[in-house]
Design a protein around this ligand. Structure first.
Ligand code: FDP
Length: 339
């Protein structure tokens, strides 16, 4: 089977997402175009969802009830809209055999699709931030599936290491789509006037060390002694290691991960006494984010030592701890929690 992984031709800045994907496909001998078409379809999903996110506040400004708008249409919650948009777009195209979504207990099987890819997604991540106009996002991963076997829930139980692509879209001060197929991480910024994503950062590298830590400090009382030791460490003063670190926590994984990817440092959502297995979901939150960080030279662990991408899932909506960021900062975390 030919690998869909490809590296971008150099100096493509200014290229659209579609051009970038097409040129990548030409580098893979024997490529059928299915993988590229699926990536492009996710680009379309990003455009459709960004349109809805950008006008979400109008529901209140125009005095909509939250039930029915002035045209008599139902005003759905944004996370349902994002989920429905993803299902409708993937169903139409035929390259995706099934979708596992944060919004749905069971996967959606696209019966008529002949394609041999699966998509995992959190269509609208950071939902607690929607109403307060803070950055939210969409996270996705693409896996292969064996079409000689029936597609089931278990078809999704694959290590993150075996994902063929991962990405997220951040609806922030601009909409940015970050994508990897395993080699290199690239960012595309949406230009609403052109209706296109343009390549804005090629081959993003996560700095080896940063100066920001990101964690929900409200959970302090629920943490293990090891996690408390790490938090004390980053807050201590030490000139030689440039401490204390600054603290930033948005509460949308996509936003916290994006800042950490670009500026370095560490994002941690460890297990605690309230969420002993962790809070974030392995298939469509931790794995895509971990794949992006590893491809950008960063690191992602499940708690103390285990690499996120090595975990074999045993549930569709499995929760895990997630520690992700600059290599040196994640190694320091690992050393301190294991002491
Ligand atoms: P949310 O529940 O708002 O959808 O996916 C879960 C998530 O957000 C992440 O985006 C975010 O990093 C985390 O939960 C925030 O959790 P806390 O509110 O417990 O800090």
């Amino acid at each position: 089977m030919t690998s869909p992984s490809w590296s971008p031709p150099s100096s493509q800045v200014g290229a659209t997402l579609e051009t970038f994907i097409l040129e990548g496909m030409f580098q893979v001998p024997g490529a059928t175009g299915a993988f590229s078409a699926l990536l492009n379809q996710l680009g379309l999903v990003a455009k459709l969802i960004t349109g809805r996110v950008r006008s979400a506040g109008l529901a209140d400004i125009l005095g909509y009830t939250g039930e029915t708008n002035v045209q008599g249409e139902t005003v759905q919650k944004l996370d349902i809209i994002a989920n429905d948009t993803m299902i409708a777009s993937l169903r139409r195209q035929g390259h995706c055999a099934a979708l596992a979504s944060e919004e749905l207990d069971d996967p959606v099987y696209f019966e008529k699709a002949a394609g041999s890819y699966l998509v995992v997604a959190d269509p609208l991540d950071g939902s607690s931030n929607i109403d307060v106009n803070v950055s939210i996002g969409t996270i996705f991963g693409i896996l292969r599936c064996d079409r000689s076997q029936p597609i089931t829930r278990e078809s999704f139980y694959q290590r993150g290491r075996d994902y063929v692509a991962a990405g997220y879209i951040i609806y922030g001060s601009s909409t940015v789509l970050v994508l990897t197929t395993g080699k290199g991480v690239h960012a595309f910024t949406y230009d609403p006037t052109a209706g296109e994503f343009f390549l804005s950062q090629e081959n993003i590298r996560c700095p080896e060390r940063g100066s920001i830590y990101s964690v929900n400090e409200g959970n302090h009382a629920r943490w293990s002694d090891g996690v408390k030791r790490w938090v004390s460490y980053v807050k201590d003063t030490d000139k030689a290691t440039a401490r204390p670190y600054s603290h930033r926590y948005v509460g949308s994984l996509v936003a916290d991960a994006h800042r950490t990817l670009l500026k370095g440092g560490i994002f941690a959502y460890p297990a605690d006494s309230k969420s002993p297995k962790g809070k974030l979901r392995l298939l469509y939150e931790a794995n895509p984010v971990a794949m992006i960080f590893e491809a950008a030279g960063g690191k992602a662990l499940l708690g103390g030592t285990e690499n996120v991408l090595d975990r074999m899932p045993s549930e569709l909506h499995e929760r895990v701890p997630l520690i992700v960021g600059s290599v040196q900062d994640v190694d320091t975390y690992s050393r301190l929690v294991n002491e």
